[in-house]
Every structure is written in C-alpha cells, then in structure tokens.
Design a binder for this molecule. Structure first.
Ligand SMILES: [Zn+2]
Length: 259
C-alpha cells in the first residue's frame, strides 16, 4: 500500500482520545480490526458476525432456500422493519448526543426497549438479534456496551456455586444492551435451585429497573411464558415488543420438543 500523508499509515487521524479513522486503506483496515475486537468482547459468535441483514431472507427459508408461504413472508418483513426502526432509534439517540438508553425509553412503543423474537428453527431470530447488537456497537463505538450469551451457556455458568459467575452477572447487569439467545425448555429446573434463580433474577430485575434494553429469542411463544407460572422471563417479556417470525413456535412448555 502507498504512503498516506494524512495518517502516516497509522490508519487514524485526530487526537489520541477520540479514534478517527483515516479514509485511506489503512484506516479501513484498522476500523475493521477494531470492530472485530469489539464484537469479540461482546461475545458474538464469529459465524454470526459475518452475516448481514441482507442475509435475512424474508421470502425464503435460510437453510433450505425453499420459498415461504405469503403469511410467513409478511411476518418476516415486519420483523425486519422493526429491526430497522430500532436501529434508527439508536442512531437518533446518538445524534442528539443523548444518552442512548434514556432517549430510547421515551418511545413508549418499545415498552422498555426490549425485543422478544420468537419462531421456529431457522426462522432467523438469532440473526436479527445479533444484527441489533452489531448495530449498537457500530453506532456507539461500543460506548453502549453489548453482550451476547446463549441461554444454555448462561445457565451452565451460573449453576456452579463458585467460579466466575459474579463477573458474568455483573457484565450482564451493566452492559448497555444484552441478548439472551435461544431460551428453551431446559433439563435444568433452574427455578428449583435458589442460587441460580437469584443470580438470573439479579440480572433481569436490574435491567428492567434501569430500563436497559434486553433482547430475548425463543422457539416458545409469549403465551407459553405467561402460562408457565414462576418462569423467570415472564415479567421481562411482558415489557417487550414481541416479534413473531413464523408459526412454528411452541405454545406450551409441557409440549416437549416437537411442534
Ligand atoms: Zn491514511
């Protein structure tokens, strides 16, 4: 690559405290590397980071490529629109140099800015959730702090009495935007273990109280959560904008694995 007189090939211009990327190739490269690092810090899986919103097909099944029936296409179109709107809200809040969270909270529409994506396998719910986290990182240069965790991983970290659970709880409590992905009917009756329940509750309660946005995904419907007395996510889902991706979800936690 050639010599760049603006950044002396460092890729960045301006003062040390604010990162400004040069518009040359070195700047582009540095920007790419830095975002990778932020995505990694947010615990986003590499395979998902590479996907773009264009990869979320509204008219086809992601895995098989089969054309979807019209009602399902409508659902997916609406889901995509919702995500684009949410993205705009993040951008607006940043432009106003407002605190992202408080200005988002003003928009009653999102009832606490939480999103709950639900639908069957391959409906694209994780893809959309990860997209929102990525956009939050892009738009805020991670000022906001985003964190992604699969529900199964979350549980297995919180079950041991010792270990690093405090770090994880702290992180999930305090990050600007949190995604708990693929909440399913686990074999672990977490609500029977007081310490696990209270650790999860610490995270969720705190976020609701501080109106911090949380994104959940599941193949169970909101109704399944509401019917499941004592389910730890019910209160949060009541304060979420529920986005249905298809009709292949479970209506009941006792239903088991098949649709
Ligand atoms: Zn340059």
């Amino acid at each position: 690559m050639d010599w760049c007189s603006k950044c002396h090939n460092s890729g960045r211009t301006g003062s040390d405290s604010v990162i400004q990327y040069c518009d040359c190739l070195y700047g582009k490269k540095l920007r790419g590397v830095n975002y990778r690092l932020l995505f990694h810090k947010a615990n986003l899986p590499d395979s998902l980071v590479n996907l773009k919103l264009e990869d979320f097909w509204v008219d086809k099944n992601y895995k098989s490529g089969d054309i979807l029936p019209t009602p399902q296409i409508q659902l997916k179109k609406y889901a995509k629109q919702t995500v684009l709107q949410y993205e705009k809200q993040i951008a607006n809040a940043m432009q106003k140099k407002d605190v992202f969270l408080s200005s988002l909270t003003d928009t009653q529409k999102y009832r606490g800015n939480n999103l709950f994506f639900y639908g069957g396998d391959d409906s694209g719910k994780t893809m959309l959730a990860v997209h929102v986290l990525k956009m939050a990182i892009y738009k805020t240069e991670n000022n906001l702090g985003a964190y992604y965790i699969m529900w199964d991983d979350f549980l297995s970290e919180l079950i041991p009495f010792g270990g690093d659970w405090e770090l994880l709880v702290d992180r999930c409590k305090s990050c600007g935007i949190l995604c708990i992905d693929s909440i399913n009917n686990t074999d672990v009756a977490y609500n029977k273990y007081a310490h696990v329940y209270s650790r999860i509750n610490m995270v969720l309660k705190n976020r609701v109280l501080k109106k911090k946005p949380t994104i959940l995904t599941s193949s169970y419907s909101p109704k399944a959560f509401l019917q499941d007395s004592g389910n730890i996510f019910t209160a949060l889902i009541k304060k979420s904008l529920c986005v249905k991706l298809d009709n292949n979800y479970h209506l009941d936690f006792n239903q088991g694995g098949s649709y």
